[in-house]
Ligand binder design. Structure first.
Ligand SMILES: C[S@@+](CC[C@H](N)C(=O)[O-])C[C@H]1O[C@@H](n2cnc3c(N)ncnc32)[C@H](O)[C@@H]1O
Length: 291
């Protein structure tokens, strides 16, 4: 049990609360209450949560999509709280921020100009799919065990962690340009024993690189127009030459180029549209069709 009055007292004194013998559900309820009555100290609460799951296993508490979904309901419609809470439980808030600073230091040392930086360079939290959208997408897809998913530009790894918690049999591969993000994602995967989650440093604009075969490909605003078209052409050739069938999950980012381009492909068929009015984001799920 979480003694809320005691926790609020500690937070007011600037102390990180040490939780013991509690559950993720109790912590979620307590976090929601802290946000309501003592929001200025809610980040300290999240540090306590992070420390608790340094010693305890998150995978003992979330073993399926339905368990994740139920926990998310505790936050009603507060989608930002869902992001903060689950990132903290994973250890992603601290490790993700450290990776962000490492990346800044690296970019400064190499003298890279601002306009050459990777899109979303300094935004650890915003460069990732919101959990609320992941819930919508995978509530619909419910991928059966042993399927595989490749994340095109996997960032700090949130999609992979979500999938390992909710669909532990699904094989996830995250490909990402920025080494610091890959290191961060691998650290979190190791810390949480996510054995079906692999992250690799890969520049997807490399003309020689061929994407591995998968049942699902996930795109959230990873590439420039030219490189996006190259990757999508790779997938088209894979579909046509190897008669392979797969699905594409695509989310809009800076613009709708990705969604418009995918919609115009005759070898793909839209099977679901996704819209999130709160985050002003749209998405599509498409599948290959025989032509
Ligand atoms: C918006 S983030 C999405 C992260 C993750 N897929 C998610 O949805 O949470 C896009 C990622 O694509 C990566 N990226 C950009 N250009 C890339 C390239 N040429 N090769 C591989 N990854 C790239 C960026 O570094 C960034 O981390």
């Amino acid at each position: 049990m979480v003694n809320l009055a005691k926790v609020i007292g500690l937070l007011d004194g600037g102390v990180i609360p040490e939780f013991q013998g509690t559950t993720l559900t109790e912590l979620a309820i307590a976090y929601k209450e802290v946000c309501e009555v003592d929001s200025k100290n809610s980040d300290l609460f999240l540090l306590g949560l992070e420390q608790y799951y340094d010693k305890n296993k998150l995978t003992n508490e979330i073993k399926s999509f339905d368990e994740f979904f139920e926990l998310s309901l505790i936050f009603d419609r507060d989608k930002n709280s869902i992001n903060r809470f689950f990132d903290a439980a994973l250890g992603l808030r601290t490790i993700g921020n450290l990776a962000k600073f490492d990346q800044i230091a690296h970019e400064k040392q190499t003298g890279i100009k601002e306009e050459q930086r990777v899109r979303g360079s300094f935004e650890y939290a915003h460069a990732q799919t919101h959990y609320s959208l992941l819930i919508d997408i995978f509530n619909y897809l419910r991928p059966p065990g042993k399927k595989s998913l490749v994340d095109i530009g996997s960032g700090f790894g949130r999609v992979g962690f979500f999938l390992n918690l909710c669909f532990p049999e699904l094989k996830y591969l995250g490909l990402e340009l920025v080494e610091e993000r890959v290191d961060c994602a691998n650290k979190i995967a190791e810390k949480n024993n996510f054995y079906n989650c692999k992250f690799m440093t890969q520049d997807l604009s490399d003309k020689e690189y061929v994407l591995p075969k998968a049942d699902f490909y996930y795109f959230y605003d990873p590439l420039s127009e030219e490189n996006l078209k190259k990757v999508i052409l790779d997938l088209e050739l894979q579909h046509k030459h190897n008669a392979s069938h797969f699905m594409i999950i695509a989310l809009s980012g800076y613009d709708d180029l990705l969604l418009e381009y995918l919609k115009s492909q005759p070898w793909l068929q839209v099977i679901r549209s996704i819209e999130d009015t709160y985050f002003k984001q749209a998405g599509l799920i498409l599948q290959t069709v025989s032509i």
